[in-house]
Design a binder for this molecule. Structure first.
Ligand SMILES: Cc1cc2nc3c(=O)[nH]c(=O)nc-3n(C[C@H](O)[C@H](O)[C@H](O)COP(=O)(O)OP(=O)(O)OC[C@H]3O[C@@H](n4cnc5c(N)ncnc54)[C@H](O)[C@@H]3O)c2cc1C
Length: 508
């Protein structure tokens, strides 16, 4: 069978320049539609990312009729795995951990919990780190030294209460309402930006530590120091069990050997075996409820003019895309306000094949700040013998859009290393210019969580909203997407069960 390729993503080589699509991935679903003769479904789920996949799996397994509508030609949303010269390139969400409860449960279910690989070289300690920050000479150092400096700076940054956030964010899945801290206290902390906090501790850090810290914060938030909330950093640290000892193991070390797409595909296949209907390349443009009481079906319209109906709708459309969807009746004012503000993460993630002509390059990590690409690390050797690098940068629009200016992207990659590197190929997905994500993993502005989290999570009549972008705990992560899909499916299943029990009293 010919390998499946997606319309998503970009490839660049010096010979052919930029080409879009044509990346090999099992995430593409063939045939692109499979419909039964159902007229009114129990549920329509919009979006085949992890939130949508968990929702359709959980609902079809309970025997409900479910239609999945997805704008792309593939599953996985902000995750998909590309097969590339013997390696798996994760284009979006990548790292997994047993600290993510919803995710780990799925890994166990599909037998993937013990089939992990680590990021970078197993004997990375033999390699080196390169650092280039303002006010200090660029230099090579050991991974250990770079790690110690970064940890000291990060610890100082997140230690806002002398207990690494334990007193203000004891339970990251219950940030606003928990037995330890009052909502008013959380709201005060939520007002601060990363820049506010940085200015409080800057004088205690060396020049190098300052550069490492700011670059790391921007790498995580994908925004600017001013528009990135401090609270999201505190929440993230709480999810690391309030200890930077867990930073690498929880956040950056383990990957699924077969890739994210293999997990997404297993979830999709189980739903399919349980009777799922689906349509890919189906861009939803409006959701129309003729009644808020559940007595008439909700209609979902696509841009190509198709109309589908269901008792309940779960939308997993990302926060930054929701402004493009029309809701009837209109969404409440607070939710509309939250949608208009959007999240701030416009990070770049980019894979590169680099000639293996520098000693220990396969054990290199580097950073440069300020820059369009601030971090890169070696992550495996390709079957061609080239080194695989993964690079990241924060929001540098409008001047840095890699598909529009690949030469700048190559120059930025090269600038990360003090010795000349030969970049042979780049493979990437621009999540910000992508109309179906319009950003990376959600990072919120100061004050946004306490003002909008509940409004974003709230249902609108028979329409439920599930996304990693406003998850309770692992917001902006795969686990948060799964949490949201599971919770929405549970609510929908309970309500349809009641309607069916009532039998004749419903018109559906
Ligand atoms: C570069 C990058 C790196 C990341 N790294 C990690 C990591 O290492 N670990 C981790 O846990 N998380 C990571 N994340 C975050 C994680 O991948 C996401 O938070 C999560 O996958 C989002 O899942 P979701 O289902 O909520 O949304 P999505 O995956 O975005 O799914 C939403 C779906 O809705 C579809 N859609 C949008 N608009 C429409 C429309 N109008 N009609 C129909 N369908 C529509 C989209 O095409 C998409 O398939 C990363 C994300 C990115 C982008």
């Amino acid at each position: 069978m010919a390998p499946k390729t997606t319309l998503d993503g970009y490839t660049w080589t010096p010979e052919s320049g930029i080409t879009s699509g044509n990346l090999e991935t099992d995430a593409v679903i063939v045939p692109p539609r499979s419909l039964s003769d159902t007229v009114v479904y129990d549920a329509i789920v919009i979006g085949a990312g992890y939130a949508g996949l968990l929702a359709v799996r959980d609902l079809t397994l309970q025997g409900y009729s479910v239609l999945l509508l997805e704008a792309r030609d593939r599953i996985g949303g902000r995750t998909y795995s590309v097969k590339h010269d013997g390696l798996v390139y994760e284009m979006g969400g990548t790292w997994v951990t047993h600290h993510m409860g919803y995710l780990f449960r799925e890994m166990v279910r599909y037998g993937m919990d013990r089939d992990l690989i680590t990021t970078g070289s197993p004997d990375i300690h033999k390699g080196y780190y390169t650092m280039n920050v303002p006010g200090a000479n660029p230099r090579k150092l050991s991974h250990e030294e770079a790690g110690k400096m970064t940890t000291r700076a990060w610890d100082m940054f997140v230690n806002v209460d002398g207990q690494y956030g334990r007193t203000i964010c004891p339970l990251p899945h219950a940030q606003l309402d928990n037995p330890i801290v009052s909502r008013a206290t959380v709201e005060e902390w939520d007002k601060l930006s990363c820049q506010d906090r940085f200015l409080q501790i800057q004088h205690q850090l060396t020049t190098e530590e300052q550069g490492l810290l700011v670059a790391l914060l921007l790498h995580i938030s994908g925004g600017t120091m001013e528009n990135s909330s401090l609270w999201d950093m505190i929440r993230s640290h709480a999810l690391l069990m309030h200890s930077s000892d867990n930073f690498n193991d929880v956040w950056l070390r383990y990957k699924l050997r077969d890739g994210q797409t293999a997990l997404a595909k297993r979830i999709f296949d189980e739903a399919l075996e349980s009777g799922l209907d689906y349509v890919f390349s189906a861009e939803v443009k409006s959701i129309v409820q003729s009644s808020n009481s559940g007595s008439a079906p909700t209609a979902v319209h696509t841009t190509s003019g198709e109309k589908y109906q269901a008792r309940k709708v779960i939308t997993t459309i990302p926060l930054n895309v929701l402004k493009d969807i029309t809701f009837h009746p209109p969404l409440p004012a607070t939710k509309r306000e939250a949608i208009a503000i959007e999240h701030v993460n416009h990070m770049t993630k980019l894979h590169a094949d680099v000639a293996h002509n520098l000693a220990e390059l396969e054990r290199w990590n580097g950073m440069r700040h300020p820059a369009n690409l601030t971090h890169a690390y070696a992550d495996g050797i390709l079957s061609t013998g080239d080194i695989h690098l993964t690079a990241f940068g924060s929001d540098q629009r409008p001047h840095f859009i890699p598909e529009n200016n690949p030469e700048l992207a190559v120059a930025e990659l090269k600038a990360l290393h003090p010795d000349p590197m030969e970049v042979k190929k780049m493979v990437f997905h621009n999540w910000s210019s992508d109309p179906y994500s319009q950003g990376g993993p959600a990072w919120w502005r100061p004050g946004y969580m306490s003002k909008y989290q509940e409004a974003l999570q709230a249902r609108h009549g028979d329409v439920l909203f599930a996304s990693a972008d406003w998850a309770h705990g692992w917001r902006a992560a795969i686990d948060g997407a799964m949490e949201q899909g599971v919770l929405a499916a549970r609510v929908v299943a309970g309500e349809i069960r009641q309607v069916k029990k009532r039998g004749g009293r419903s018109k559906l």
